[in-house]
Design a protein around this ligand. Structure first.
Ligand code: FAD
Ligand code: EPU
Length: 351
């Protein structure tokens, strides 16, 4: 392994990515560029090897399946500033660098009396990745609190600032996710409030707050604590068993299709879709019904805690996890006639 550095970056050749993906699968990158100052990006993207579309932008590696080695260079942002851009006494615009750890940012905001992100506590990864799939949990999506996204446009070789309305945020979707080789997010601006408006509609939060003795007028930090407790109980910790959270997105189907499925399978849970003419199905339920929960094929398995989470019990490769994911999707298709799609980005193979 050779290392070199320049102004605002450090380059490692033939770098291991095993500890940089939460599945913990083995993989290498021919070149890993750790960027400590986003001002170095125009220079870095002047080099042919980085300019190639195969260059992968890596955050915490918690929504990736490395099915092989990285095909080109890997670039990781290690910029960590948080600043207040505007404050009118009730609403505040915060700007956080892409390399800030997401959960640290949520806690920082709460610690400064700023509300809005509490339901998104404990999601792994970085601030820079949050807009990519418009991270969501417990009834809130981050796009609701994004003011603007600052990015380096690899096509235009220029720095851009996109207002939230231009980011096309949807369920686990955005402009950035649709053009993965174009935008490198350098910072995100968030619109947060000093007034706490609780969002307690998602199943389980109210019960958790009651169990904590906080059901009456909870504060934002207590809602975050309730979410953290539920998540710790429901989802395996990647530090203990490799995983990337939900491996599949919840499929959205037309209302008529959802109703037909529910009359055939009365226990099928249905959630609001993207509009009144659609419904979201629970991929976890579909997979659970196919008998995969807790199943294991060598070291590639499905969590016994949550049917939507694929796990690496030790030495699974990305390809073994991908093969299991394909078997699961085929079984769901055969039993329910529903196509489920992976949520993490797959590197080195196509779905
Ligand atoms: P990575 O995995 O490194 O990258 C993910 C994608 O974003 C890749 O395509 C990558 O190229 C791109 N990317 C990363 N950084 C940048 C950047 N700066 N600019 C441009 N592109 C970039 N997600 C949810 O939405 N809700 C959840 O509740 C949730 N729970 C999870 C629970 C567990 C236990 C785990 C392991 C994952 C969970 N996830 C969840 C998925 C994951 O945490 C999020 O998608 C997170 O935003 C990924 O961040 P990351 O920094 O690890 O991104
Ligand atoms: N269920 C089962 N079997 C299981 C687990 C769940 O049948 O093993 C059913 C239950 O009926 C349950 C329903 O699935 O009511 C929904 O489960 P859960 O509340 O855990 O939510 P989810 O749809 O499985 C989604 C997100 C999570 C997010 C939670 C909480 C997707 C793909 N996943 O999971 O996000 O944390 O809601 O909001 O939308 C991620 O994206 O990586 C992720 C973890």
């Amino acid at each position: 392994m050779n290392a070199a550095s320049g102004n605002g970056y450090r380059i490692v050749e033939n770098a291991r990515l095993d500890a940089r993906n939460t599945f913990g699968v083995p993989a290498r990158a021919p070149l890993l560029v750790e960027v400590t100052d986003a001002a170095a990006l125009p220079e870095l993207f002047g080099y042919a090897m980085l300019r190639a579309p195969s260059t992968l932008i890596l955050g915490g590696g918690s929504n990736l399946l490395l099915a092989g080695d990285a095909p080109g260079a890997v670039l990781a942002l290690e910029t960590r500033r948080i600043e207040r851009l505007r404050d009118d006494g009730s609403n505040v615009i915060l700007r956080a660098d892409a390399g800030v750890v997401w959960h640290d940012f949520v806690l920082w905001a709460l610690g400064h009396g700023l509300c809005g992100l509490e339901n998104l506590a404990l999601i792994p990864g970085t601030v820079g990745a949050a807009p990519i799939q418009n991270i969501g949990a417990y009834g809130v999506e981050v796009g609701e609190h994004i003011h603007a996204v600052e990015a380096f446009d690899r096509q235009q070789h220029a720095t851009v600032r996109l207002a939230a309305a231009a980011c096309a945020f949807g369920y686990r979707d955005s402009l950035f996710k649709r053009q993965p080789d174009r935008y490198l997010v350098t910072a995100v601006e968030f619109n947060l409030s000093r007034t706490f408006v609780p969002r307690l509609g998602y199943a389980g939060i109210g019960e958790e707050l009651r169990a904590m003795g906080m059901a009456e007028a909870p504060r934002a930090a207590q809602v975050a604590e309730a979410v953290i407790r539920i998540r710790r109980r429901k989802l395996p910790d990647p530090a203990i068993v490799g995983n990337a959270g939900s491996f599949f997105k919840n499929p959205i189907v037309p209302l008529a299709r959802a109703e037909a499925l529910q009359s055939q399978f009365p226990a099928l849970p249905l959630f609001a879709g993207s509009d009144t003419g659609s419904r979201k199905l629970s991929a976890a339920w579909l997979i659970d019904q196919c008998g995969f929960k807790g199943r294991r094929d060598g070291d590639a398995g499905v969590s016994a805690e949550h049917a939507l989470v694929l796990v690496n019990h030790g030495h699974a490769t990305g390809l073994q996890l991908l093969a299991l994911a394909r078997r699961i999707a085929e079984a769901v298709q055969a039993r329910f006639g529903v196509a489920i799609e992976p949520e993490p980005r797959i590197i080195g193979a196509t779905w």
